[in-house]
Design a protein. Structure first.
Length: 477
């Protein structure tokens, strides 16, 4: 570990240096940036560039992405524009034909890495086996809520889903230890929020954000390695993702990489979706009622009425029923992803050069497609900010009107797991609590808050603006 210790002391020295040092370093960095980012020349075939010095794009791209991209389309007056991130050309696309070209272009690469992860994601029998474990975790956490109270769904529901995702994608050594899961969550939050304009601008420079990110990665690495060692030393085989990876004979480093990658791909998106589902259901009594009724009818049809605990009864409903007989829950998940999953798909054109919207996309360029282009388009979804799970795209001729789980060569490999996780936690919550959305004064708002697409992680409304107020039902968890 000597390099880490060296980096750590270098960082401490920099952080404790005086203003003069910080100022000089800042001036040098600014000069490097200005020299490194000459304004791109626009030819006829090239997408129009954003006005102004290129380095000004960096902060809004990370801090106000939705507004920045919308401004880009507006100020260039074009469906395709480009800007610079350091020396990289980033081309932003919009419109139906560009959407199809983006998702199906052969040379556009997300990274091959995730493809090989697919073998470790629970499906079929392993997914079926996970149902009681997910419900048991959810029961433990929901029991800790007590008989009544209020909570912030973007904290509490996210926490609940983090636990069930760690259960689904790592090992029992980690997921059985609530304190360790909580530590992991803090570390992943640090990674998620650690990509700052500075870490992109000067990736080689030990900014505080970069050091925190590096340190968090190392701590996560240590946690997973400890779990692998414990498993190997115990000699006991368990039914989880870690066992699948150990049994396939992969190197320790590869296993750690798999588990870390799966959690990054899965935890945030599923947690964000669950937080918004509970927020929307809290604000829409009609959909809350429909969802609860659907879950009650599944219980009546498929579970053992002699069992009194909800979690055990829900665990009795087979996987195929959860996957095929829940049209209301499916519609709620789909609509929540449409209106509150602020994804911007990114690719690199590995070549050859292609034309999209009659504009040249050179080899090596980065290409991005914001999901807002289709999911918030009022022509496709009238009153796009309204949550309405019964809606369909306005016109059946629209090409690829919905991309919530990806399209083409890159579709989400965790879709089945994420949907089952969302349905199980939603079902238990709906049966265990009567709940409603309230604002900071405790009043029921006229409508749920508007998702903030500038928050690229959670689409979260202003902190403290909405809460879930709940009371336990008499049913045993
Ligand atoms: C509600 C939760 C989730 C949502 C909305 C979601 C959405 C997506 C989307 C839109 C993509 C395509 C991205 C693109 O085109 O740029 C994607 C890819 C991916 N997702 Fe998910 N995801 C979720 C949960 C998960 C979970 C739980 C896992 C892990 C088990 C996972 C694993 C992956 C992987 C590995 C890819 C990359 C696939 C590839 O490279 O072809 N996702 N996801």
């Amino acid at each position: 570990m000597p390099y880490i210790i060296g980096l750590h002391s270098a960082a401490s020295a920099f952080l404790s240096a005086g203003f003069a040092t910080h100022f000089s370093v800042a001036v040098v960095i600014c000069l490097v940036i200005v020299l490194a980012t000459a304004s791109p020349e626009d030819g006829d075939e090239a997408p129009k560039s954003l006005p102004g010095p290129p380095f000004l794009s960096i902060i809004p791209f990370f801090r106000q992405r939705y507004d920045f991209l919308n401004w880009g389309f507006h100020v260039t007056g074009q469906p395709t524009f480009q800007f610079k991130l350091m020396n990289n050309t980033v081309i932003v696309l919009s419109g139906a034909s560009a959407r199809r070209a983006f998702f199906y272009a052969k040379g556009f690469d997300l990274t091959e890495g995730f493809k090989i992860l697919s073998g470790a994601i629970p499906m079929n029998a392993p997914l079926s086996d996970l149902i009681p474990a997910i419900l048991k975790d959810s029961r433990r956490i929901l029991e800790s809520y007590g008989t009544s109270g209020t909570f912030d769904p973007f904290e509490k529901i996210y926490e609940l889903i983090f636990q069930t995702t760690v259960r689904s994608l790592s090992s029992s050594e980690i997921s059985d230890d609530a304190a360790l899961v909580s530590r992991l969550k803090t570390l992943y939050d640090r990674l998620d929020t650690g990509t700052t304009p500075a870490t992109v601008l000067v990736p080689w420079f030990p900014t505080p954000a970069m050091i925190k990110k590096l340190w968090a990665t190392k701590e996560i690495y240590d946690i997973v390695v400890r779990a692998i060692n414990a498993r190997e030393q115990s000699g006991i085989s368990r039914n989880d993702t870690l066992q699948m990876l150990v049994d396939s004979g992969d190197e320790k480093l590869v296993i750690v990489g798999f588990i870390m990658g799966l959690l990054i791909a899965g935890a945030r998106a599923t947690g964000t979706t669950a937080s918004w589902i509970i927020t929307f259901l809290g604000g829409h009594a009609d959909w809350r009622y429909k969802a609860k009724t659907e879950v009650e009818s599944l219980l009546t049809a498929y579970s053992d009425a002699a069992t009194s605990e909800l979690s055990s009864r829900l665990a009795g409903i087979p996987l195929e029923i959860w996957e095929s007989q829940t049209p209301i829950l499916d519609a709620i998940i789909r609509e929540t992803l449409r209106v509150a999953q602020p994804h911007t798909a990114m690719r690199r054109n590995l070549g050859p050069e292609v034309y999209i919207n009659d504009k040249l996309i050179p080899s090596g360029a980065y290409v991005v497609y914001p999901f807002s282009d289709v999911h918030l388009d009022p022509e496709i979804y009238p009153e796009p900010w309204c949550f309405d799970p019964s809606r369909k795209p306005s016109n059946s001729n629209i090409d690829l009107p919905y991309v919530g789980w990806g399209v083409g060569s890159t579709t989400c490999l965790g879709t089945r797991l994420a949907k089952v996780e969302l349905k199980l936690t939603m079902a238990l919550f709906l049966l265990a609590f009567d709940f409603v959305l309230v604002d900071k004064s405790g009043d029921v708002p006229a409508s749920p808050p508007k998702p903030n697409w500038n928050d690229i992680l959670q689409c979260r409304p202003p902190h403290g603006s909405c809460f879930v107020k709940y009371t336990r039902t008499p049913l045993a968890l």
